[in-house]
Each structure stands twice: as structure tokens, then as C-alpha cells.
Design a protein around this ligand. Sequence first.
Ligand SMILES: *[C@@H]1O[C@H](CO)[C@@H](O)[C@H](O)[C@H]1NC(C)=O
Ligand SMILES: *[C@@H]1O[C@H](CO)[C@@H](O)[C@H](O)[C@H]1NC(C)=O
Ligand SMILES: *[C@@H]1O[C@H](CO)[C@@H](O)[C@H](O)[C@H]1NC(C)=O
Ligand SMILES: *[C@@H]1O[C@H](CO)[C@@H](O)[C@H](O)[C@H]1NC(C)=O
Ligand SMILES: *[C@@H]1O[C@H](CO)[C@@H](O)[C@H](O)[C@H]1NC(C)=O
Ligand SMILES: *[C@@H]1O[C@H](CO)[C@@H](O)[C@H](O)[C@H]1NC(C)=O
Ligand SMILES: *[C@@H]1O[C@H](CO)[C@@H](O)[C@H](O)[C@H]1NC(C)=O
Ligand SMILES: *[C@@H]1O[C@H](CO)[C@@H](O)[C@H](O)[C@H]1NC(C)=O
Length: 457
Amino acid sequence: MEFENQANQTHNIRLTCCSWSWMKFTFLAVLYCLVLSPASAYDPLDPTGNITIKWDVMSWTPDGYVAAVTMNNFQMYRQISNPGWTLTWSWAKKEVIWTMVGAQTTEQGDCSKFKAAIPHCCKKTPTVVDLLPGVPYNQQFTNCCKGGVLASWGQDPLAAVSGFQVSVGQAGTSNKTVKLPKNFTLLGPGPGYTCGPAKVVPSTVFLTTDRRRKTQALMTWNVTCTYSQFLASKHPSCCVSFSSFYNETIVPCPSCACGCHNKNNCLKSDSVLAHKTGINTPKKDNSPLLQCTHHMCPIRVHWHVKQNYKDYWRVKMSVTNFNYRMNYTEWTLVAQHPNLNNVTQVFSFDYKPLIPYQSVNDTGMFYGMKFYNDLLMEAGPLGNIQSEVLMRKDQNTFTFKQGWAFPRRVYFNGDECMLPPPDAYPSLPNSGHVNSNSILQKAASVLLIMFSICFSL
Ligand SMILES: *[C@@H]1O[C@H](CO)[C@@H](O)[C@H](O)[C@H]1NC(C)=O
Ligand SMILES: *[C@@H]1O[C@H](CO)[C@@H](O)[C@H](O)[C@H]1NC(C)=O
Ligand SMILES: *[C@@H]1O[C@H](CO)[C@@H](O)[C@H](O)[C@H]1NC(C)=O
Ligand SMILES: *[C@@H]1O[C@H](CO)[C@@H](O)[C@H](O)[C@H]1NC(C)=O
Ligand SMILES: *[C@@H]1O[C@H](CO)[C@@H](O)[C@H](O)[C@H]1NC(C)=O
Ligand SMILES: *[C@@H]1O[C@H](CO)[C@@H](O)[C@H](O)[C@H]1NC(C)=O
Ligand SMILES: *[C@@H]1O[C@H](CO)[C@@H](O)[C@H](O)[C@H]1NC(C)=O
Ligand SMILES: *[C@@H]1O[C@H](CO)[C@@H](O)[C@H](O)[C@H]1NC(C)=O
């Protein structure tokens, strides 16, 4: 008994001893997790990025309504690429879709109760996809028929919208009796998006083509969907490697940066198979066929610090595709680096600064020039693109020390790429890098611990 007490006491003392630092640590870790939480779907470089789906009721019918549905991609640098979006929702009551223009449901469902006219879809949860380009004019609708491909807002706002028309039956026939569809899900083309509930918003006002008259939707509701990379995939989909003119070390992508789960399915680039025809045929589910690498990423971004001038410095960036089954159309590359506030010239790529917050100007997006390099070809001799960036030095902050010249964050097609660990960055010859390295190492290990706490929470 006495022994037990004593043991308890020492335990208590130990608890209070470490509880302060423990509390501080936990607080930091929780803070960190809030910032990085998988559920919060928050992208610090595009804090308001979302896809908004808007339903405008254009007319009431004897048994329902006709709505124009518009999908706007408000994300600065995340597009929806081939094979395009898929949208599903659940009807609140017994609604059916009489007709659809500019899109279609993938299944009709059981319409056996209908005798005279047969609806387009009778499913409780219809699954809708865009039509392919080139359908007859009478099946088209404004902004439809692009195979579900949506450009990013930053690259091409006019191509960042998709639309279709739906005639709904067995539904409410006034703004008092209509029930909003529920449980929206959006695939773009894979998972990653979370959609909120439909909300009635002020009716959309339309301007006639001659801009002399305004008309108004009878009722409008919006659904907002946001993206989370953690929901999209367990592993990153790209990695970053570094090199510099001042150190011959090439810092490779971290090993298994994108997971080594498909290591057995990769192809050696010089193998007979890699030259066989048919290898480049995309699979229906978009599953990749990767070239074998130690990182197993479909995409590698290389950042080379190429040249140093008195007032300027130059970086060469190249992007390599390791997926035999994927051509990346309308790709985007985002980099965060403090000196991107003074870009003098970008060669071979289009460039646009991103200003997520009024005060911070350290992020920019790069994308291909139309008909020149806006297509990143499948793995192989043509599967890479490159560019050079000339930046003006700010003499107060510019340095080659401690990896300053390397990017803080890199995204490809809206997904964050894995950087090499901080202690591996190319260092200046004879710089006191032992010291700084050990600090960086400490920082890295703290980050690592926080990460594991985040994922176990
Ligand atoms: C969606 O994006 C638009 C454009 O950036 C923004 O104005 C709007 O507030 C966003 N909506 C939500 C719910 O975040
Ligand atoms: C509804 O969505 C449209 C874009 O489709 C947007 O312009 C409008 O601001 C949204 N309304 C609200 C209240 O979020
Ligand atoms: C519904 O329609 C009535 C007129 O028919 C209008 O006064 C009212 O504002 C509308 N309500 C909504 C939510 O649109
Ligand atoms: C919402 O939709 C998803 C996918 O369509 C489905 O798995 C889920 O059961 C639905 N939830 C509700 C509450 O209807
Ligand atoms: C990529 O594009 C080229 C040229 O348009 C085409 O020949 C090739 O089949 C495409 N590859 C894939 C994987 O779609
Ligand atoms: C941000 O930097 C770019 C150069 O990279 C410059 O063109 C742009 O004007 C800057 N924007 C602001 C708000 O400072
Ligand atoms: C870019 O560099 C020029 C020349 O040094 C300087 O005048 C200007 O203020 C810089 N711009 C920014 C945003 O730092
Ligand atoms: C180049 O950088 C690496 C990695 O930081 C470092 O280990 C190496 O000593 C550097 N080389 C020289 C010549 O300084």
C-alpha cells in the first residue's frame, strides 16, 4: 500500500515537471494540425479556392422546373483534367430528370412506372457527366461538351466554367415547395473534393446579349466544393530535386516520395516493354504506368540555381513526366520563393504572380504557352518541359547560404510536391554549414514528430 502511494507520488511529480513543456508542445502540435488538417481542406496558397455549382431555376413547369446548372472553377491553379468531372446528388423527394441538355446521366435507372413519356433518369442519386466535344448542336448548352475538362481560374477564367440544363419532374413547382437536392459529390476526376449543402442565394441576374435588358432567375441555389490533397491521395504525386552552380551535388527527390506501393508495376526505361506499342494507352481508371525510379513519382520538378549576376540571378526549372499513360494538358506549376516578388523575365513558360494575401507576394504560377509547351507528353524522350526565370536581387535579403535560393513550396497541377529534407540542400563550399545543418536537422525532426502526432490525432 505504502509502496503504491510512493510510486504514485513520484509519478505525479514527474507529470508536473514535464507538463509545462508538454502542454506547450501539444499546443503547438494542435495549432500545426489545425493549419494542416486533412478535413479543413485549406490551401494556404489559394485560401479562397473552390468550385461553385450554381442552379438557376429558369422556369416552373406543370410538375417541376427547368434549371441551368453552372460549375465555376474558382481555384487559381487546380484544373479538372481528362477524363473530366463527375457530379452526383441525391433528390430530396421522388424527383426524376425528364431531359438534360449539354450533359447526361451515366445510368437511366428504373423508369418502369412511366407509361407515356420516359424520363432521362429515374435514379434517386443521378450521376452526371459532361458530353464530349462535337455533339450535335441541339444537344449543346452554354459552356458544355468539353468532356468535363475545366481550366484553372488563374490560367484561363473563360475555360474554367462548365454548364448544362436539367428539366426536373415530380418536384416542387414554386420557390415555396421546391426541395433542394442534397449530398452533392464531385469527382475531379478523382476524389479530393468535399461539397457543402445547397444554399439558396440571391437570384442570378442575366444581361441579354445586346446588354440592354436584365432578366433574373426565378430562384438560385449554390453548392461550394473544396479540395483537400489528403482526401485525394495518401501519397504526394510529385517530388522536387535540387542542384546549383556552386555545388556539384544533385539533391535527388526523397526516396519513395510518392510511396513505393506500385514499385512492382513500374517499367525500366530501357526495357523492351517500354518501346512496345500500346504502352501509352490510358486506362479507364487513369491508373499510371510509371517508369521505375527511387521516388516512384509520376512528376519530378527540378530546381537548378543556374547563374549569379551582380543584380540578378537565374533559376532553371524542369518538369519530367514518368507516367507512360498520361499526357498532361494545361498543366500548372506553382512555386513559393521570397524572390518571386521581383521576377524580371520568365522564358518559355507563361507566368502570373499569385497574391493570396495582400501583404505577401512570394508565390507565382507557371503554365505552358499555347501550342508550344502546354502539353507535357507521356514518359519518354519528349516527356519533359523546361524554363528559366530571371529574378532581381534584393541586396538586403539575397543569399546563397542555407538553401535560401531554393523554393519553400512547389505544386504541380494543384498538388503539393515533396521537397528534399532541409539538411540535404546543396550548401555553399566552406560555409559554416555544420552548424546550420544541425539546426535544420533539429527543426526537421520536430516537424516529423508533429506530423506523426497530426496523423495519429
Ligand atoms: C469561392 O471562391 C470565390 C472566388 O474566389 C470566393 O469569392 C468565394 O467566397 C468562395 N466561396 C467560399 C464558400 O469559400
Ligand atoms: C453563387 O455562385 C456564383 C458562381 O456560380 C457566384 O458568382 C455567386 O457569388 C455565388 N453566390 C454566393 C452567395 O455565394
Ligand atoms: C419566392 O417567390 C415570391 C414571389 O412569387 C417572392 O416574393 C419571394 O421572394 C421568393 N422567395 C425566394 C426565396 O426566392
Ligand atoms: C451521399 O452520397 C454518397 C455517394 O454518392 C453516398 O455514398 C452516401 O451514402 C450519401 N449519403 C447520404 C446521406 O445520402
Ligand atoms: C499523348 O499525345 C500524343 C500526341 O498527341 C499521342 O500520340 C499519345 O498517344 C498520347 N499519349 C497518351 C498516354 O494519351
Ligand atoms: C508581385 O511580384 C510580381 C513580380 O514577380 C509583380 O509583377 C507584381 O506587381 C507584384 N505584385 C504586388 C502586389 O506587389
Ligand atoms: C524590384 O527590384 C527593383 C530594383 O532593385 C526595386 O526598385 C523594386 O522595388 C523591387 N520590387 C520589389 C517588389 O521588391
Ligand atoms: C555540397 O552540398 C552538400 C549537401 O549540403 C554538402 O554535403 C557538400 O559538402 C557540399 N559540397 C561542397 C564542395 O561544399
